[in-house]
Design a protein. Structure first.
Length: 274
């Protein structure tokens, strides 16, 4: 059983919180009026801005200064093995297209893995004024407009027909078309579907009871690592295809009672492939 009071995990949590806070402030306060696309990734509409790159550098520089032997896996290219058994999995700006357009739903996602298992997760959503965090085995919490820390708990499970579920769409047109077909089949079976543009925020919204479920195809480790831990520590179930962990094929999170029927439907609809 993991001890959430482990001094190492508390050290990693404090460092992740500081890095997320600093990066979030940089992104919120330093966004240039003429922000432009610096590069593209999987397709011409999968963009990187100069601010993604600056935020990742801020995070990796801070962590490397404090813990020089740790490894990194970052969306914008940070990749080192490290020798300490700790690896940081970083999405410096989850929701880049939202950020580019001035929409508020974007986040900074930082997770720490110990020997391959995620032990700390922090997601900062600066335009909400909220930060979510979890240590494995210690529950999930958030700070925001309310006083102090709030313990997070996912919603009581409704019938699937009354579930509010979020999803996301890939930037590769063929994948996106298939995802739209899956969503079309699901919509009549749910209360409704939402699409925020930030996987990390969606996972935290499941954790905080703002959503009953979430699913998406094509996510990377940095999209998932922190939010998945936060959702699980708030009582949600997470996974991929039946018997699998969440990953590129499929990622699902949901309240107990919504997760399994949603997973079955997504399997029936072939949500993991073209």
């Amino acid at each position: 059983m993991t001890d959430p009071t482990d001094p190492l995990h508390q050290e990693l949590l404090a460092l992740a919180q500081e890095a997320a806070r600093r990066a979030g402030a940089l992104l919120r306060d330093g966004r240039p009026a003429d922000l432009a696309v610096a590069a593209t990734k999987s397709s011409p509409i999968d963009v990187v801005t100069e601010m993604d790159i600056a935020a990742e550098k801020l995070i990796t520089d801070l962590i490397s200064e404090r813990r020089p032997d740790d490894g990194f896996l970052g969306e914008e290219g940070a990749s080192t093995e490290g020798t300490s058994g700790i690896r940081w999995v970083i999405d410096p700006l989850d929701g880049t297209v939202n950020y580019l357009y001035g929409l508020p739903t974007w986040s900074v996602s930082i997770a720490a893995e110990q020997d391959g298992d995620t032990v700390v997760g922090v997601v900062a959503a600066p335009m909400r004024g909220e930060t979510y965090h979890a240590v494995r085995g210690g529950g999930a919490r958030a700070t925001g407009a309310w006083e102090g820390e709030r313990e997070l708990a996912c919603r009581p499970a409704p019938p699937l027909a009354e579930a509010l579920v979020s999803t996301g769409f890939n930037y590769v047109s063929e994948v996106r078309s298939h995802q739209a077909e899956v969503a079309q089949k699901l919509i009549p079976l749910l209360r409704d579907i939402r699409r925020s543009g930030s996987a990390a925020v969606d996972l935290c919204d499941v954790a905080s009871g703002r959503l009953d479920g979430y699913f998406e195809r094509g996510l990377n480790a940095w999209d998932l690592a922190a939010g998945d831990l936060i959702a699980r520590e708030a009582g949600a179930l997470t996974g991929g295809r039946p018997g699998e962990r969440p990953g590129r094929d499929l990622a699902i999170a949901g309240t107990p009672g919504v997760f399994e029927p949603l997973q079955r439907l997504l399997e029936d609809f072939g949500a993991w492939h073209d």
